[in-house]
Ligand binder design. Sequence first.
Ligand code: COA
Length: 392
Amino acid sequence: MEEARPVRPEELDQTLALVNRVFRTGVDQDMSTDYPLVFASANLNNLRVVSEGGRIFSHAAMAHRELREHGCALPVSMICAVATDPERRRRGAASRIMEDATQAMAARGDAFGLLWTGPARDFYRRLGWEVVGSNGWTYLVEPQQAGRFEQPLPVRPFQAETDLERIIEIHEAQPRQLTRTQAEYRTLLTLPNSEVWMAEETGQAEGYLVVARAYNKSGVVEWGGTSRALSSLLARVLAEPAGERMQVFVPLPDNPMTELLTGRGCHTRIPMEVADGCGLKMVRILSLANLMRQLSPHLEKCLTGCSGQVSLWVRETGERVDLRWDGDNLEVGGGRSRDPQNGAQELSLRQAARLVFGPEKPSQVLDLSNESGQGLDRAFPFGFHIGMLDYV
Ligand SMILES: CC(C)(COP(=O)(O)OP(=O)(O)OC[C@H]1O[C@@H](n2cnc3c(N)ncnc32)[C@H](O)[C@@H]1OP(=O)(O)O)[C@@H](O)C(=O)NCCC(=O)NCCS
């Protein structure tokens, strides 16, 4: 078996055949069009494979993005399409690729790695990944509830040439997001088995909504705009096809869609992780010190006016992180050592993921002194939402 490496352009077809065999057998969809940004030629360097005798038999992809959340701009990589040929499993190929991807993510300074999985949670846990706090809610709306939504605005299909700029404007006015280029917006808004609807008044679009009916994405996977617009759009898409229950994805904190749904008596909801097409959200810490530095804008906001300090030592990597805060001042220091010197708290990579991303408070993950514990409990868990349209 060869070492893990980036795929070569001439191997792309063979790689797609493998991931389609593993993820799309019996499904009338194709991974290259379901995840066009992942399998784009510009992303080939992020597709990692293992081959033997010229035959590719294991693969994982990275999709690199910037996450804007709580005033921080975090470079992250989402991992997708991790697959080994069924006849060559349990020989360490996927683990080798995941280690290679982890090194690549760390080398480019990503804040963390991110993925969603159903069946393979324990495979990833062995590699330092951990399930973290929830990504959002999924409301389950019945077609007979369509009548609860007024339709004050006319609704029409999206036209890329004229509507793209306005959608970008509406989406980017929302407080949290994964950044996209204009070309990426265009690609995501024209995915197969999905429709985009616009609600407008006197020529100005007030809102939009993306509804997908695909194997990997199902329901209202993105929306934006005023409450009037969202109501009109929901009334339109719930009305057909008759008889179908619709998943509507929303972030955890307050937002206009949740307000609208609950205000109309739609209360049935499940954690996003258990909705169709999702999966458990898992994070891999790459460098805890780097992550803490990237989270500084958030930490400074949460820790202002108090003082404390905590030293952490990550068992698997020997990385030491010293956090000290006092008044307006936050310092992140650290280095490497063979053991947890000077009273640093020892933790595993998986505990580090939970310390930062929850779901519980840091003082439930680690035994922290009162003062430091209170400080960290104020800053974490750091919740973040990735919209369903951006899922890879
Ligand atoms: C998950 C998968 C990629 C692992 O590939 P692989 O090349 O066999 O992985 P490795 O040989 O590196 O590691 C296998 C180890 O992980 C464990 N493992 C593999 N799949 C697992 C799973 N679904 N749940 C828990 N553990 C799993 C195996 O038990 C094995 O450990 P062991 O040999 O000590 O028993 C492969 O099983 C696969 O393609 N599955 C179907 C697609 C899939 O579910 N992908 C993940 C989507 S998020």
